[in-house]
Design a protein around this ligand. Structure first.
Ligand code: ADP
Length: 964
């Protein structure tokens, strides 16, 4: 029992389930009992009613059978019909059956009494009465039959009929009683049902009450307590059912625990909160610091942005001026400055300005050495200046305005000031942090400038390299490993007829094609290039090719280019070796010529000497042989001399002793010599002019005409006239040497003056020669500023024309006019008195004198008068030409350059004067007669030159001179 109690105490749910279980059990048991009771009452009633109704039915059957039997008996007795008698027996059967059926239903005493009565009546009636009556009747004893009826038969029947009626009535009453009884029972059961409902309600009430007491109340208290707690009222004790074992008890205990732990945690939280508050304070102070830092960051960011803008704004150009312009513009923009300027401290003082007039710029440049910029250069520190604006800068403002000027140095990597920047701002002063920022920008400027400097230097280097390459005689080309052109100098580019700039980066095939087009043996060159470029290790380093349509021979060689140990390309050098090639060719020609030309005379010399040594000869013979030997030896000497001459002339070692010579005697002399060698030629000299003086080396000129006249003789083997015609043509003296000989084929013309060249054809194979004669002629004539030309017709003859410059002074030569009044002198002197003094002095000495104050006028007069000398003062009128200017101008003028100048000056600059070309220098004061003497001396010196022009000796012995 105790256990069950504890079981239920432990859980409200169990209690609730228990109560509800009991409640439901009571409900079901009560309801079932009631139902069962009602059912059984109804069944009982039904059964009884059925029995009674059955009994009634049998009674009625009995009644009808008896009644029928009575009727049938009377009918038979009355009419004697047999059918009635049979029907009586049938009724008897029916009565007996009905009685038999009724028997089991007889439960009550009344039933039993009735049954007994009926049974006895039936027996009496059918077995006694009827039998007797029928027997009597059949016996015809009607009276006896009547008597039997009067003796009680009819009475017994009537009694039994009453009895039957009574019993029927009794049965009816019984049925009614049973029904009343049934209704009463029904009413009772309904009453009991109502009672059951009431009982259930009562039980429910009890359960609800109990629940309210057990759950509702404690929950309410619980809620109040929780609310109190929630409302944060002080809470120490938990008054609830902590002793209970059910859910409420547990909940209460859990809640209590929870509250205590919440309280505990709350205390903790409060402590933590305090701590957090402290931390928050700290954070707030940190935040303030961060905000300050952020502000700094933002300032810095803005600065960086400005700097970035500045750098982006700087021109990327490598042109100095563009960069300077962009620096000034950008600085002004960043600084919000109204004006600005930058000046580089280089020689040209490169500069750029913003918002300044040209005059302002020049002013700044002119006074860079003092004032603000000087301070900047000294201190190398930027500084700001505040100044009041003058009216000129204030435009229409009337109040006082200020300009804030900032001077910034641009320092190079070596911390030298390389540029000065100055900026002016009207809108406000430059704050220290701004100045710091601008100083940083100045560093950026320095980087830009350094970039330009580096570029300029590298450009200079590049130009120099390019210039060096371009000025080298050889064609040079650099290619990379794939043969792509990297660089080509102008020589090669010109040769290939391409632009140096467009050829860069041209692929191998393309430039090779260009090169091959120019070359004779293209196939081999192509192979050579392929080999050199793509088959490294192949050691064919050079290749010689001939240029198409030109007599040029080029040697090409290749050298690999290495950077460290890595081979990155190839350099090709095209060297013009035409000269060497020709020399080589000439050498071989020379060898054959020389061997021929030397051997021929040598074999004669050897032959004849041998003869003379081995044989006794007659004196005439001996003389003849010796003459031949002598002539051959002379020929050998001439040959060697020619050879040596060519060598000397080509190497430029030949010296010419030039004097004014008359060409006619020289030619006549040559003809005389040549005449001796021929009998079949006539010589004619046609002199068409008197001006036959040239400035030249007599011996060399003689050699020219010897060669030409001897050729004329040599190459007209059939004889004829050799004409020498001397005539003037412009400022030239022309000498034609005309023969009527073999003539020269046109194709040989261009080569005639080449060393060792000889026209090779059958006509002249037997004519000996070295091919040096005309080469020597050309060299000598060239050295005399002249030229030789040829006209020739094969088989008709040739004309060689030598043109030499005519000498102008030659006309005056020999005349007495030199010191005459005709000789004029021009004086250039701005001092009137001195000029007239000098004029008088020179006139006295017999000169025709003119004086000028002004240099320009004097020069014009000189051109017109062609004076013999000029006297020149240095310090002339201010603002006009100085004496130096006059001197220089005279020296560059062809006509005036040869006029001797005597400087007459107070300045002691003798050396300068003489270097500039003056003939003498007189320092004032000097005696006027000294001037006359000086001029005379100069003119005399010139005259002495003239004396050398006096006719020359007839002798011409070259051998003598050569031996010197
Ligand atoms: P060389 O006479 O020793 O052969 P030159 O230089 O004097 O050498 O002459 C070169 C060539 O020019 C000669 O071989 C000759 O064929 C030709 N030549 C020179 N002068 C004449 C001339 N007057 N008439 C014809 N041919 C000439």
């Amino acid at each position: 029992m105790e256990k069950i109690k504890r079981y239920f105490h432990k859980s409200l749910a169990r209690q609730f389930i228990g109560l509800m279980g009991g409640f439901i059990a009571i409900f079901f048991v009560g309801a079932s009992l009631l139902l069962f009771y009602q059912q059984s009452t109804t069944n009982d009633f039904e059964r009884k009613r059925e029995q009674i109704e059955k009994k009634e039915k049998y009674v009625e059957q009995l009644d009808r059978a008896f009644t029928q039997a009575f009727l049938d008996v009377r009918g038979y007795l009355a009419f004697g019909r047999k059918e009635f008698k049979q029907s009586v027996f049938r009724q008897k059967e029916a009565v007996l059956l009905t009685l038999k059926q009724l028997k089991p239903l007889a439960h009550t005493t009344e039933d039993q009494q009735f049954l007994d009565a009926a049974d006895s009546f039936a027996t009496y009636y059918f077995d006694q009465l009827v039998k007797q009556a029928i027997m009597e009747f059949e016996n015809g004893n009607i009276q006896a039959v009547l008597k039997i009826s009067e003796n009680g038969g009819t009475a017994a029947i009537e009694q039994f009929q009453r009895q039957l009626m009574d019993y029927h009535q009794t049965l009816k009453t019984q049925l009614d009683d049973e029904y009343v009884n049934f209704i009463t029972k029904q009413t009772k059961s309904q009453m009991a049902f109502v009672g059951l409902i009431l009982l259930i309600l009562l039980v429910l009430m009890i359960i609800i009450r109990m629940m309210t007491k057990q759950i509702g109340k404690p929950l309410t208290e619980f809620a109040i307590a929780a609310e109190k707690f929630a409302n944060d009222e002080e809470y120490r004790e938990w008054p609830l059912l902590s002793e209970r074992n059910d859910e409420i008890g547990k909940l209460s205990r859990a809640f209590q625990k929870m509250i205590y732990s919440i309280q505990e945690k709350e205390e903790n939280l409060v402590a933590q909160n305090e701590e957090l508050l402290a931390q928050q304070d700290e954070l707030e102070s940190q935040q303030a610091e961060l905000e300050q830092a952020l502000e700094m960051m933002q300032l810095r960011e803005q600065e960086l942005k400005r700097r970035n803008d500045f750098i982006n704004g700087l021109s990327n150009s490598l042109k100095k001026q563009e960069v300077l312009d962009s620096i000034v513009c950008n600085m002004c923009k960043v600084m919000d400055a109204d004006r600005g300027m930058i000046v580089l401290l280089n020689e040209q003082k490169s500069h750029s300005a913003f918002g300044l007039s040209e005059q302002g710029v020049q002013q700044f440049l002119a006074y860079m050495d003092n004032g603000l910029s000087q301070r900047l250069l000294k201190t190398k520190q930027s500084f700001a200046v505040k100044r009041e604006l003058p009216a000129s800068e204030k435009s229409y403002y009337e109040e006082t305005l200020y300009s804030y000027d900032l001077l910034l140095p641009v320092l190079s990597a070596e911390q030298e000031v390389e540029a000065v920047m100055m900026f002016s701002r009207f809108s406000g002063e430059f704050l220290p942090y701004e100045i710091e920022e601008y100083e940083r920008l100045a560093k950026q400027v320095s980087i830009s400038l350094q970039k330009i400097r580096l570029y300029e230097e590298s450009e200079k280097d590049r130009r120099m390299t390019q210039d060096i390459l371009n000025n080298i005689q050889e064609g040079i080309q650099l290619v990379d490993r794939n043969g792509v052109n990297l660089m080509m100098n102008t020589q090669l580019a010109n040769f290939l007829k391409v632009d140096v700039n467009t050829i860069s980066q041209t692929p191998y095939e393309q430039w090779k094609e260009l090169l091959l087009q120019k070359v004779v043996d293209e196939k081999n060159l192509s192979q050579y290039l392929d080999n050199v470029l793509f088959h490294a290790g192949n050691e064919i380093k050079s290749f010689t090719y001939h240029v198409k349509d030109e007599k040029k021979v080029i040697q090409m060689y290749a050298e690999p280019l290495y950077r460290g140990t890595e081979r990155f390309g190839m350099i090709f050098v095209h060297r013009d070796i035409t000269k060497e090639f020709e020399v080589d060719q000439m050498k071989s020609e020379f060898v054959s010529t020389v061997s021929h030309e030397l051997r021929t005379p040598l074999s004669s010399v050897l032959g004849f000497t041998e003869l003379m040594l081995n044989k006794e000869l007659k004196p005439e013979r001996q003389r003849k042989y010796l003459t031949t030997i002598y002539q051959e030896a002379k020929r050998l000497t001439a040959l060697i001399n020619d050879f040596l001459d060519v060598q000397r002339m080509e190497s430029g070692r030949q010296t010419y002793d030039k004097k004014y010579e008359d060409i006619v005697p020289i030619i006549q002399n040559v003809i005389e010599t040549q005449k001796v060698n021929t009998a079949i030629h006539q010589f004619v000299v046609e002199k068409e002019t008197d001006r036959t003086i040239v400035l030249g080396d007599r011996d060399k000129l003689a050699q020219v005409f010897t060669n030409l006249i001897s050729n004329a003789v040599k190459y007209s083997p059939d004889g004829g006239t050799v004409t020498v015609r001397i005539y003037e043509q412009g400022d030239r003296l022309n000498i034609d040497v005309v023969d009527e000989g073999l003539g020269i084929p046109a194709e040989a013309m261009p080569h005639l003056f080449t060393k060792f060249y000889r026209v090779d054809n059958s006509d002249r194979r037997r004519i000996g020669g070295t091919g040096l004669g005309l080469a020597i002629v050309k060299e000598i004539v060239k050295a005399h500023d002249g030229e030789v030309t040829i006209t020739s017709e094969v088989k008709k003859g040739s004309t060689f024309t030598v043109r030499l410059p005519l000498v102008a002074v030659e006309m005056d030569h020999g005349s007495d006019a030199q010191t005459d009044r005709g000789v004029s002198v021009i004086i250039v002197e701005d001092d009137r008195n001195l000029a007239s003094l000098l004029e008088a002095e020179l006139s006295d000495s017999g000169f025709n004198v003119k004086s000028f104050k002004n240099g320009k006028e004097a020069i014009e007069a000189m051109k017109a008068m062609k004076p013999a000398a000029v006297v020149l003062d240095i310090m002339l009128e201010e603002g006009e030409m100085s004496g130096w200017d006059v001197l220089k101008e005279m020296k560059v003028d062809k006509e005036l350059s040869s006029i001797p100048i005597v400087i007459s000056s107070a300045l002691e600059e003798t050396e300068k004067g003489l270097t500039l070309g003056a003939s003498d220098y007189l320092v004032k004061p000097y005696q006027p007669s000294q001037l006359s003497k000086t001029i005379l001396q100069i003119l005399l010196k010139q005259e002495r030159h003239g004396e050398i022009l006096v006719p020359v000796t007839d002798e011409y012995d070259r051998d003598e001179e050569k031996s010197e």
